[in-house]
Design a protein around this ligand. Sequence first.
Ligand code: IPM
Ligand code: MN
Length: 354
Amino acid sequence: GKSYNIAVIPGDGTGPEVVDEGLKVLERAAQKHGFSFQFKHYPLGGEHYMKTGEILPENVIDELRTRDGIFLGAIGHPDVKPGVLEKGLLLQLRFELDQYINLRPVKLYEGVSTPLKDKGPADIDFVVIRENSEGLYAGAGGILKRGTPDEVAVQESINTRKGVERCIRFAFEYCRKRNQKKKVTLCGKTNVLTYAFDLWERAFYEVAKEYPDIETDYAHVDATCMWMVKNPEWFDVIVTDNMFGDIITDLGAMIQGGMGIAAGGNLNPEGVSMFEPIGGSAPRYAGKQIINPLAAISSAQLLLEALGEEKAAADVEEAVKKVLKDDLKDVAAGKMGYTTAEVGSLVADYIKTG
Ligand code: IPM
Ligand code: MN
């Protein structure tokens, strides 16, 4: 069968623990479906940076470009100044590999409790398509007269027609494939950010013409937060810019049961994609085997989908659902009733026995 070369970046804190479980599940899914993986580990992250001063060497980026995918745990270290690793490693990877889509499913599984009153799995099932290569994350701007009483900080949002359009087109394509409510909602702020979202809005309705089978909707980002809490069942696919996507997907993670569950993929549909749980490195839980690996395991499922291994991906999702419904006491760290490794083994065993 096929063999896939996957780069593995366990990273910091609890990253390595959850990555181990993701790999365990990938191996099992591959075994069952007659393909294989070759994993190469890269020791990038906070520890490596403090030891060597190295964040993301050029030759490593070049190597990553040749892989079939990247599986990442978490980046962020309490002894490294905030921003250094986030920008130098995580965002750098997204940008260098032009992973212009950040795909974040918001799906409440049976057996998982949501803080939303009277809402269940039928109500909370949508996907956020976050633009992942520009916007406020582009790093444009600067500080004038820094450190003086007259200082001014400018942080500009970059929105290129090409960048916005490819993201919107991906959202419509994804919606068509998803084949659920067939609705794409643009989340923006056309009433205030009149340059950026003027471009977004025009691109959105122009691309929409190519998809007459798909309903369109628009919501300001503040209202989107409100509806996500009040009427999450209205959403199918939400498309939005980098910053708004970052914010609303933390809210999304909470309504689907928490960071222990929330998965994500940084996609370059024409290149190398990278899959990571959306939560951070949780240093205070590191090495304790109490963190939930399901977010990482569901990210591994997204990797399988991206590789075109749809059946294996579906098996992983079924196994995750079973564990959530039948086994875990709670999804929160330390309350699962199992260790991190045991949860990974439960998922893997369900895949084996079907
Ligand atoms: C995320 C994270 C990152 C982001 C940080 C760590 C740079 O919050 O993946 O959502 O802002 O994109
Ligand atoms: Mn975030």
